[in-house]
Design a protein around this ligand. Structure first.
Ligand SMILES: Nc1ncnc2c1ncn2[C@@H]1O[C@H](COP(=O)(O)OP(=O)(O)OP(=O)(O)O)[C@@H](O)[C@H]1O
Ligand SMILES: [Mg+2]
Length: 262
């Protein structure tokens, strides 16, 4: 087994249509580590995820993203996935005409050398096992990816992709939003199942609830397009109990969003 990868984000500045959203994010995620990012709405969390994956709308104007020392910003979107990065988006898109099963098999084979493609039977076996684990109906895999899926079904399907693709570093943007109580446990089990030295994870979440099932090693708070505070699981507990005002007071921040600050 490959040793874990390291994703380093250094002084990252990102603009959308000329407006600066990220204003110097610093964060390092290593294989074996689970990180959580929390923070009020509109503070740049999803922007960070999109910038790491190379969404064309997000322009990096300063700083670096390195995966094991390699410059991620020089890579195309598909190269980033090949290099071992995975993003579960806050709002997964519907892909008409491609079934979940076909999508997964293509994606797995894109990570493999020519001639070393996964064969159909072993693929189906592993997919069925993972579908069972995630309590997803087998018919779902034959439907077009995310098309007409309920909110919770989309989130479960993201974890199916995670478990099948086995990336080195995963960014999960609000993977817990819209899940019912049982589904939250199923999804958390899936993420916990991934825990190993060769897997690092960044979970963006609003609620301590997810973190009751998945204990993060590090918790970060994002405000004004920066990581303004980091700590352990106790930080998430305090946020759940007290909200964000105390951090704003501590740091002398009036408006936590990215719009109105220097
Ligand atoms: N494509 C875009 N075009 C214009 N503005 C954008 C775009 N994407 C993000 N923004 C703006 O950037 C800011 C940060 O957005 P982002 O989605 O990163 O916030 P967030 O921290 O993920 O919030 P939430 O907790 O609500 O998901 C917001 O003010 C948002 O309106
Ligand atoms: Mg978001």
């Amino acid at each position: 087994m490959m040793a874990g990868s390291t994703l380093e984000i250094k002084d990252l500045h990102v603009e959308i249509e000329g407006l600066e959203i990220l204003k110097g994010v610093n964060l390092t995620i290593k294989g074996g580590e689970f990180h959580a990012i929390m923070g009020p709405n509109g503070t740049g969390k999803s922007t960070l995820a999109s910038a790491i994956m190379g969404h064309p709308k997000y322009e990096v104007t300063q700083g670096q993203i390195l995966l094991d020392g390699e410059d991620v910003l020089e890579m195309e979107v598909d190269e980033r996935a090949q290099a071992g990065l995975f993003l579960a988006m806050q709002y997964p898109s519907e892909v008409s005409g491609v079934t979940t099963s076909d999508f997964l098999r293509t994606a797995i084979n894109a990570h493999r050398e020519e001639g070393d493609e996964i064969q159909l039977m072993p693929f189906i076996k592993e997919m069925d096992k993972t579908l069972d684990f995630l309590e997803i109906d087998k018919n779902m895999a034959q439907r077009y990816l995310n098309e007409g899926f309920s909110g919770g079904e989309k989130k479960r399907n993201e974890i199916l992709q995670l478990m099948m693709l086995k990336p080195a570093i995963a960014i999960l943007d609000e993977i817990d939003s819209g899940l019912d109580i049982d589904a939250l446990k199923v999804v958390a089990n899936g993420i916990n199942e991934m825990r190993s030295d060769s897997f690092g994870c960044l979970m963006i979440t609003h609620y301590q609830r997810l973190l009751e099932y998945i204990t993060p090693d590090h918790v970060h708070v994002m405000m004004q397009g920066r990581v303004v505070k980091s700590g352990g699981p106790e930080l998430a507990q305090r946020l759940e109990a007290e909200g964000y005002e105390w951090i704003k007071e501590e740091l002398g921040i009036e408006d936590e969003t990215v719009g109105n600050n220097a």
